[in-house]
Design a protein around this ligand. Structure first.
Ligand SMILES: Cc1cc2nc3c(=O)[nH]c(=O)nc-3n(C[C@H](O)[C@H](O)[C@H](O)COP(=O)(O)O)c2cc1C
Length: 181
């Protein structure tokens, strides 16, 4: 094994490629490693629960869906403590994080009731929290949601967009990264 392979092995992935496997022999961790090769941004998706409390989580499943009409999508683990809030809320907001918001991403990736205790945010459409300092914000009315395996797929109709920062946070192979030209 070369030094590079050894380093990759320690990092839990193989730089040489993805081992060919049929679905029947695929373990979840192997699928996760292959999926992690797809570079994404990082978002925090927010809404209000039925008691009016702010709810949010870090998500990188966000993607564009349609330009006309304007639709976006993301998926939520069915076992998430936030599932009731998002299935009941009329609106959600997708906050696309900036390169200097890694701490925020980490905070919203943990189950906690104190996620909104610090940091600047305001109410958006339907009360969904809008975090300040993001590269883009998509305020959405919940268009529909669909069961898809162990996740729920949410489709949002974009009602308003915004954003103030320039440089996005990047996620790849389980690590936070920044863009370099
Ligand atoms: C970079 C990153 C991306 C994530 N993307 C998603 C996602 O798209 N959907 C999801 O349900 N969880 C995702 N998670 C996990 C949630 O953030 C995490 O499960 C949640 O905040 C913990 O609270 P919960 O157990 O109540 O869901 C992601 C975590 C990280 C660090």
């Amino acid at each position: 094994m070369s030094d590079a392979d050894l380093a990759d092995d320690r990092a839990g992935h193989d730089r040489a490629g993805v081992r060919e496997l049929l679905a029947a022999e695929l373990r979840p961790d192997e699928l996760r490693l292959a999926l992690g090769r797809f570079v994404t941004g990082v978002t925090i998706v927010t809404c209000r629960d039925e008691q009016g409390e702010p709810v949010g989580l870090t998500a990188n499943s966000f993607n564009a869906l349609s330009l006309d009409p304007p639709l976006v999508l993301w998926s939520l683990r069915q076992a998430s403590s936030t599932i009731a809030a998002f299935t009941n809320a009329s609106h959600f907001a997708v906050n696309v994080l900036a390169a200097d918001q890694v701490d925020l991403s980490r905070r919203f990736a943990r189950q906690s009731s104190a996620k909104f205790d610090s940091g600047d945010w305001t109410d958006g459409q339907g009360g969904a929290p809008l975090l300040s300092g993001c590269v883009a914000v998509f305020e959405c009315r919940r268009h529909s949601h669909h069961t898809a395996g162990d996740h729920l797929l949410f489709i949002g109709a974009v009602e308003r967009i915004g954003g103030s920062a320039d440089t996005p946070l990047v996620y790849h192979a389980g690590h936070y990264r920044t863009l370099s030209e």
